[in-house]
Design a protein around this ligand. Structure first.
Ligand code: CTP
Length: 397
């Protein structure tokens, strides 16, 4: 459940900071991407070098340092969750009052992601009325508080105030993501990649689709809690574990794989570059060359998106793609209508960095309600997030 999750870990000045190294290691082991911000005081308890080595990312302490500017707004937007562990009494008080005297506080105050804290302090500090007030204040800001644990404290006393153990923090995050997953309980069908239409045993008609966009969408759907079935044309791309992969070759095989599965799906995203035509006859033996020209008779393939559009029931959401070179918007809107889709994702080949063979894409999404969403050129994984977010917004509208 933590695979691919972006976790921004804030480490503050508490003796429990030594456990951050174990926490980072556990999170990375679970497949999470971890970036660490430390308060200056935290550096007295654990070194930035340890945490950057374990997280495989630079550790940030200052807004400006080592000739780089740490963009606090982008960090809070990058993360799926900001976890402050350990949370010291001092940082808790700053959070409750909106003080902004270090990078961690700047990121906290500008974070758009959920914020979770794991306090750590001595028992008397934990039970102090001001601590209670400050915790109530941050709870009112919708911050989540992971309860402290009972046990031996740094002072030598035994009582409440220990930071929850790293294993328990990881378990808490797993439950949190499972409970808050926007597509929890949803079944999603995605098509991806090219199709190959056989001419003879050694030749085919194909296209340059890599399948990257569709696989990124399938993986993002899974990250959001959906059960995903991916119908994948010929491609060597690797797919995250847990996604059901149905490997197909031709447009007809892709059609067969989709048409029956669709009935039980909540969402279908047709991102494959399906051949529009296929040879009428497939030669049983390799075709030998002759003098003169050579023609292949082609017949139209079944339009999978359109067929699903005809079968679509209330409550099902169908998304198609359009790759256009001219009159992009007009053609995209026509496809929305003629294929009875709920959304069309348009990539224009006129945009640099968009379409086949790139790791980036530039899209515009058109929906049935007449809305149009435009996005900048981004890595395909980011584009997949944008598409899935629009889908989530639409099904929760
Ligand atoms: N598509 C499909 N089955 C086909 C052809 C296309 O499911 N046999 C889907 C694609 O996966 C995509 C959408 O239809 O989601 C648009 O595909 P595109 O090839 O751009 O559109 P066409 O309808 O084939 O129109 P044209 O080639 O004229 O642009």
């Amino acid at each position: 459940m933590l695979k691919g999750k972006r976790i921004l870990l804030g480490v503050t000045g508490s003796i429990a900071a030594y456990k951050s190294a174990i926490l980072v290691r556990l999170l990375v082991k679970q497949g999470a991407e971890v970036k660490v911000i430390m308060t200056p005081a935290a550096k007295d308890f654990v070194t930035p070098l340890s945490l950057s080595t374990l997280s495989k990312n630079d550790v940030l302490v200052d807004i400006a340092g080592n000739d780089t500017w740490a963009n606090h707004v982008m960090l809070g937007r990058w993360a799926d969750v900001m976890l402050i562990a350990p949370l010291s009494c001092n940082t808790l008080a700053k959070m409750a009052n909106g003080l902004c005297d270090n990078l961690l506080m700047a990121v906290y105050l500008s974070a758009t992601c959920p914020v979770v804290v794991a306090p750590a302090m001595d028992e008397d500090m934990w039970h102090h009325a001001s601590t209670k007030n400050n915790l109530a204040a941050i709870a009112a800001f919708n911050n989540h508080i992971i309860p402290v644990e009972k046990g031996e404290l740094a002072s030598g006393l035994v009582g409440d105030g220990r930071m929850a153990e790293p294993e328990n923090l990881v378990a808490w995050l797993q439950d949190f993501f499972a409970d808050t997953a926007a597509l929890k309980g949803k079944k999603v069908l995605v098509t991806a990649g090219p199709t190959y239409e056989a001419i003879d045993p050694v030749r085919f008609i194909g296209n340059h689709s890599s399948g990257k966009m569709g696989v990124a969408i399938a993986e993002e759907m899974q990250r959001q809690g959906a059960a995903v079935s991916l119908v994948l044309g010929p491609s060597n791309i690797t797919v995250a574990e847990g996604i059901e992969v149905i490997k197909v070759r031709s447009a007809n095989e892709m059609y067969e794989a989709c048409i029956n599965r669709f009935d039980s799906m909540d969402i279908a995203v047709m991102s494959a570059a399906v051949a529009d035509y296929t040879p009428v006859n497939v030669a049983a033996e390799k075709i030998k060359k002759n003098e003169g020209s050579f023609n292949i008779a082609l017949t139209k393939t079944k339009d999978i998106l359109k067929s699903l559009g005809e079968k679509k029931k209330a409550g099902q959401l169908l998304v198609g793609f359009a790759l256009e070179t001219t009159n992009e918007k007009e053609y995209a809107l026509k496809k929305l209508e003629s294929k009875n889709a709920d959304m069309i994702v348009l990539n224009s080949l006129n945009d640099t960095g968009a379409g086949f063979g790139h790791d980036t894409n530039k899209i515009t999404i058109f929906d049935r309600q007449g809305k149009e969403y435009t996005f900048e050129t981004k890595p395909k994984k980011e584009v997949a997030k944008d598409i899935v977010n629009i889908i989530i917004r639409s099904i929760h509208a």
